[in-house]
Ligand binder design. Structure first.
Ligand code: ASP
Length: 308
């Protein structure tokens, strides 16, 4: 049994480990752990602690994938519910659909008894307001929000303020291999922007026969390369885990137009090997690992890879 998650998972990782030890269904254990991350205000990239879009509104994205069945549930741009990984899980379980967004996702949340939460943390509102004051002209400020936001998206949108999403992967010979993600997306994103975290194949993918992958940081790159799917498909075609991840990195490195920045790929295979690589992200990137042979989870540093 193995559980892998990125650094932001700290508020919930132990809970997921304990549930897995107690025999829980893997996705239930990961969604419960992510639920604790979503509530933790100290995590500044997921749930309540995250940053709003350009209009100062929160929009949450999440996805889950059951690698045994390849069923997926995902939600995007959810405005008033924090527990979006759990919501994505319910989309998978209850609907004939894979993905719900915006008010439709909110409606579904209410129908199945999820609370409408207070979602905008006071400090995030303050920083957002200060940023607007800095970046907008007095004329734009006077008219805000009735101004064109698109020209601002090159200057004000701040992918670097968001250090991560949270991603969890679990691999178990009996229970299979599964993936779950949750994020508030890029700080000051254009309203309605979806990143890769709710997009199966880009931000996450799992197939219990081969492995799973999940990405953090620049969704605008992993969506163009279908990075998570590339890793799993390469394993299906016979590549080792590290060669599969290397192929996905090569594809990211081939991009030379559009928004380019860092990506972290987290991946596991069916033999319970794991690989976490940092492609072009500044600073040290850490991740959590637990195997049932370990007394407690450990925090490790991702391998830095460079191309071109
Ligand atoms: N990948 C996420 C997104 O593009 C953000 C992040 O992980 O930093 O929304």
């Amino acid at each position: 049994m193995l559980l892998l998650a990125n650094n932001e998972a700290w508020p919930g990782f132990e809970t997921s480990v304990q549930m897995l030890r107690d025999g829980a269904v893997s996705l239930d254990a990961m969604v419960a752990g992510i639920g604790m991350v979503e509530k933790e205000v100290k995590v500044r990239s997921v749930g309540y602690g995250g940053w709003p879009n350009m209009l100062g509104e929160m929009e949450f994205d999440a996805g889950v994938m059951d690698g045994n069945t390849r069923e997926v549930g995902s939600v995007g741009a959810v405005p008033r519910t924090l527990a979006v990984a759990a919501l994505a899980h319910q989309v998978m379980k209850r609907l004939p659909h894979v993905m719900l967004t915006g008010e439709g996702a909110q409606r579904f949340a209410s129908e199945i008894g999820f609370a409408e939460d207070k979602v905008l943390f006071e400090d995030s509102r303050r920083v957002w307001g200060e940023r607007l004051q800095q970046e907008l002209t007095p004329q734009q400020l006077a008219k805000f929000p009735n101004i064109d936001l698109a020209p601002l998206s090159r200057t004000i949108t701040d992918p670097e303020r968001v250090r991560d999403t949270t991603v969890f992967l679990s691999a178990d010979a009996r229970r299979g291999i599964h993936a779950a993600t949750s994020t508030s997306g890029w700080a000051w994103k254009y309203p309605g922007r979806l990143g890769d975290s709710p997009i199966p194949g880009a931000g996450f993918y799992a197939d219990s026969r081969y492995g799973a992958a999940a990405c953090t940081h620049t969704g605008e790159m992993t969506m163009r390369c279908a990075t998570a799917r590339t890793v799993v498909l390469a394993m299906k075609l016979g590549r080792s885990l590290s060669d599969a991840v290397a192929l996905a990195v090569e594809e990211l490195a081939e991009l030379d137009t559009g928004f380019l920045a860092g990506v972290v790929i987290h991946a596991v295979d069916a033999e319970q090997n794991h690989e976490v690589v940092n492609f072009r992200c500044e600073g040290e990137v850490r991740y959590w690992l637990w195997k049932d042979s370990m007394p407690a989870p450990v925090l490790r540093t991702a391998k830095r890879v460079t191309r071109k």
